[in-house]
Design a protein around this ligand. Structure first.
Ligand SMILES: [Zn+2]
Length: 196
């Protein structure tokens, strides 16, 4: 089961909650204490680091009105429908009640994660600048290598936020300090390679 989950995880088997650490544990999205009958349900299993699994999330599983789980389920929910990532500071802001609960349960804005997302944003900027140089000089092998490097990075949420926000109405403001990235992030080949 862990081998299969590692195949679903981003980058080098990163934790499906924080995107930073190695996913070492098989976590039950709906804790066994709350839902023992879901013990062997495939989609109730996620790859998590021991910090997210045992220290932060544990058996916390609040429900909102109508019994809807407040913790986002990455197998069905798109986190960006519920969370906004401020790329320059690496912190999440909630867009919905479920987003707010998920930030709290997983402590998504803990300092070590926000700093990591800032570093990822700067690292990806450098890689994308190299990618467009390779693109303009027709160096396909270099482009493929850089695309692989991006996919192997921790904090896969950062590149996904960049690709998504590049098409948002406020993109010029969101990328005001690095507007040269916008045409790179709009490149159809790059988007296809990274979003497939
Ligand atoms: Zn984690």
């Amino acid at each position: 089961m862990k081998d299969v989950l590692e195949g679903f995880a981003s980058g080098r088997s990163r934790c499906m909650y924080c995107g930073d650490n190695q996913g070492t544990d098989v976590d039950h999205y709906e804790p066994l204490a709350a839902a023992p009958l879901r013990t062997f349900v495939w989609k109730n299993h996620l790859l998590a680091c021991s910090g997210c699994n045992s220290h932060f999330k544990r058996d916390t599983f609040p429900k909102g009105s109508g019994g809807v789980p407040l913790l986002l389920d990455p197998t069905v929910d798109d986190p960006f429908d519920h969370l906004a990532l401020a790329l320059s500071v690496g912190r999440y802001a909630p867009l919905t009640e479920r987003g707010e609960a998920t930030i709290e349960i997983c402590q998504l804005n803990r300092d070590i994660l926000s700093r990591g997302r800032q570093v990822a944003y700067d690292t990806l900027t450098v890689i994308l600048e190299a990618w467009i140089r390779a693109h303009d000089s027709g160096d396909d092998g270099k482009m493929v290598g850089l695309e692989k490097t991006i996919r192997e990075q921790p904090f896969a949420d950062v590149i996904h936020a960049m690709l998504r926000y590049a098409h948002a109405p406020g993109a010029p403001q969101l990328f005001a300090d690095r507007s040269h990235l916008l045409p790179i992030l709009a490149d159809q080949r790059l988007r296809a390679r990274l979003l497939s």
